[in-house]
Design a protein around this ligand. Structure first.
Ligand code: PFF
Length: 455
């Protein structure tokens, strides 16, 4: 059965979109980005941009898919032919970003798998605590083959799920365990907030010190909004194309943005008290989550078991997000080359991406001495991809949403019958899409470029 016809109930749409949004971006990337950008003021800026730029674009991407019924490559191609402009290049850019991001994401998922197995193995040790405290991120980072192996296992599981056409069922199943993950995060949060460092953390997060913001922080916040809400990748376009006709896109968009932002805020509240209480941990490093949480859990009563379930849930959430990315690349390939069978397309896309994982997996050894403005390979790649290319793809989404639908089409989709949205809200959304989103993206890119050249 084609996936397009198989999505029946409303809850499934939410699960699909929320499942794609909630992943490593919330628990792994967000805390260290907040740390890197100085805390509270950045958090405020981020939340503001999530509900203005992010929500606006999320609705637009769902709308493109819902209206055209196709993925981003084909949708952009149609606009390109109609307006005789190379707008399809934006479609290609999105697919390229999805492929490279999945390669990089798989390596981080490999880190999660590593900790998951360490927690599992420690259950069989006489001294689980001392066993776990020897597990350090540095050892893993310097073992490129192990990183490549773990990333390959993760990616192969995603490929098999997409090839077998189980993606829908698996995504829905994983997304339905997200509430369990939420409960786990809240229990850990209570433990973490009872640490002595909590007052300092609350001050750091909720007394915004605007002097800590730089102009480039706008670009960092925009990049993260895009990454965490899965914008600019074309994923939300593909998902929109699966939705039923009368789906209320603004409502879905709002709920996804709300849940995703809430999880991100809970994540910083969870990680920072632990990080603050062990003073040697830098808040600004991609290894933050992995350095801080396992050591904390290893010391807690019942922590080994808790850690096992936590890393299992984290891996499942990340698997869900990975399936979404692989499906996006596959769906675009199928539409581009309809003569290929869907399963073959998924294998081709998967193996291409597997080849790309070599670069991030070996970054700790092969590119050990690589430094751009003091940043290592992983951070530089992350910044270029997420803070640079992704917003450019987002700009493409704005153009495609404005050109592929007429004013009447957009209005009709935005203000569905019996929807809580009004024409007045539509006018605001349209203004934000046409002016606010592009201006903020361009400012973010401009300030980052300026910071880069004047370093
Ligand atoms: N939004 C996911 C996260 O925050 O981890 C990352 C992601 C998943 C991006 C799926 C894009 C995507 F299609």
């Amino acid at each position: 059965m084609s996936r397009k016809s198989s999505w029946r109930n409303r809850l499934s749409f939410y699960l699909l979109a929320i499942g794609s949004a909630c992943g490593l971006g919330n628990l792994w990337r967000f805390p260290y980005i907040v740390g890197e950008n100085g805390g509270g003021a950045f958090l405020l800026l981020y939340v503001f941009l999530a509900f203005t730029v992010g929500l606006t674009l999320l609705i637009a991407e769902l709308m493109i898919g819902h209206f055209t019924g196709v993925s981003i490559l084909k949708a952009s191609k149609r606009v390109a032919l109609q307006y005789k402009r190379p707008i399809h290049l934006f479609g290609w850019l999105s697919v390229f970003i999805s492929a490279v991001t999945l390669a990089y994401y798989s390596v981080i998922c490999g880190w999660v798998l590593h900790y998951l197995t360490q927690f599992l193995l420690s259950l069989f040790q006489a001294q689980p605590i001392s066993y776990l405290s020897q597990t350090s991120m540095m050892t893993l980072y310097q073992n490129s083959w192990l990183q490549f192996l773990l990333a390959s296992v993760h990616l192969l599981i995603s490929i098999v799920i997409v090839v077998k056409g189980f993606a829908e069922g698996v995504e829905r199943w994983i997304a339905s365990i997200l509430p369990l993950f939420g409960i786990l995060v809240i229990i850990l949060l209570v433990k973490s907030l009872s640490l002595d460092s909590t007052p300092d953390v609350l001050r750091f997060l909720f007394y915004p010190d605007f002097s800590k913001l730089t102009w480039a922080s706008i670009g960092h916040a925009v990049g993260h909004v895009f990454f965490t809400l899965s914008l600019g990748f074309g994923t939300m376009v593909t998902f929109g194309s699966y939705f039923k006709k009368d789906e209320k896109l603004p409502v879905i968009g709002f709920r996804v943005t709300f849940v995703d932002t809430l999880i991100s805020i809970l994540a910083v509240l969870l990680i920072f008290p632990i990080a603050f209480s062990s003073s040697k941990k830098p808040l600004t490093d991609p290894s933050l989550l992995f350095e801080v949480l396992p050591q904390f859990l290893a010391r807690e009563k019942g922590g080994v078991f808790f850690g096992l379930i936590f890393f299992l849930c984290l891996w499942l959430a990340a698997l869900n997000a990975s399936i979404g990315l692989l499906e996006t690349v596959t769906a675009n390939l199928v539409e581009k080359k309809p003569e290929l069978k869907r399963s073959l397309s998924a294998w081709i896309a998967g193996f291409f991406i597997l080849g790309l994982t070599v670069i991030p997996a070996f970054s700790g050894t092969l590119f050990k001495s690589f430094k751009v403005h003091g940043q290592g390979f992983i951070e530089t790649m992350d910044s270029f991809l997420i803070n640079g290319l992704l917003p450019i793809a987002g700009l493409g989404m704005v153009i495609i949403a404005l050109l592929s639908l007429t004013e009447a089409d957009r209005k009709k989709l935005f203000v569905q019958d019996a929807s809580p949205t009004s024409y007045n809200m539509y006018t605001h959304w349209r203004f934000a899409l046409k002016w606010v989103v592009p201006i903020v993206i361009l400012l973010g890119l401009g300030f980052q470029l300026f910071e880069f050249v004047s370093y």
